[in-house]
Design a protein around this ligand. Sequence first.
Ligand code: ZN
Length: 390
Amino acid sequence: MPTTPESASQAGLTRRRFIEVTGASLAGCCLASGCRPGAPLAEVSAEALSLHRESLVLDLHIDSLLWTRLTGYDLAAGHQNRLPFQPFGYHMDLPRALEGGLDGAVMGLVINPREIRDELMLPLKLLARWEGERGIAQVSASLDLLRQSAERHPDRLLFARSGSEAKRGIAEGRFVALAGIEGGHAIEGDLSKLITAYEQGARMLGLVHFQTSAAGHPMTVPAFEGRGLTRFGFELIAELERLGMVVDLAHLNSAGVADALGKLKRPFVVSHSGCQAICPHARNLTDEQLRAIADAGGIVGIAFGRSFVGGAGGVADLLDHVEHALEVAGSDSIALGSDYDGFIVPVGQMGDVRSYPLITQGLLERGVPVPVIQKILGENALRVLTEVCG
Ligand SMILES: [Zn+2]
């Protein structure tokens, strides 16, 4: 982190002003700069590119607002992550989304917990200590950042509150951003705070992130194995469905997923995950879970991070996950959930949002029928958003 918040207040700056004046330039020096890199699309065929351009492409999980909050990252400006393997962030902005044919995304809101528990990952512990805002106040602040970006660029960015609004925005040529909260800790065990977040535009909520919430337990901590949803977790699912918010089961442990599948009545998502059969990462799903999720009306967004994908860490390995999930769960249940800007190291060639056409090309080469490719690229995601949020 650049320097302490105290030094900012000594200088009479607010924290947000502080990151605007220092964060952007510091991150600019160490992480990213410039704006017109060599795109990885030279090898994409004209056929694949034209299919990609005419398809709806909607990603279920992109965390760029974390960088907006931390460094003043401007969604509307062009950036490039120049570090080897393009790790952590600076993966998505509107100019590059346009280049990669990405029409929209559910923007993940990474929220500092009020109570920091032992199991929380160290970088998130540090983040929570460094940043002042926590819980629902940080949800509101993050939603504000998205609203302000959309107001500054009304012709290019739409903060959408429903699937039908997203569809309209895409038809108008705007990037559509929906907001999804990452982790039930953000609403602090209080359903009235969920309503506050809904009123401010949030349309998805993950029951847990990296630490136990009032709703359930993360899958990344073996000690929580077998512990399902809490009573509040069941109430939360019912309230999300009543409001017209999408339930996200990413990060939830398997006992929690099983409980949720028995409770859910509406379509839902596992926004960013992968297949255990291809890579045995704790955040990936077993074949049994993939089938159960499909049977219950859920969709799985396949994540692009190397640790999720495994293998040699190339685009072919990522496509193996898509193909396997397709075989096991069927074509109505698979989507994209890159996790760009979510502190991941993307698989080779998929370094930022300009890379989506490589997926279209790869699926075509593997003989996946065009209508199925289009479901995966965005139609399944839009269907669920529309069925749940209107
Ligand atoms: Zn995540």
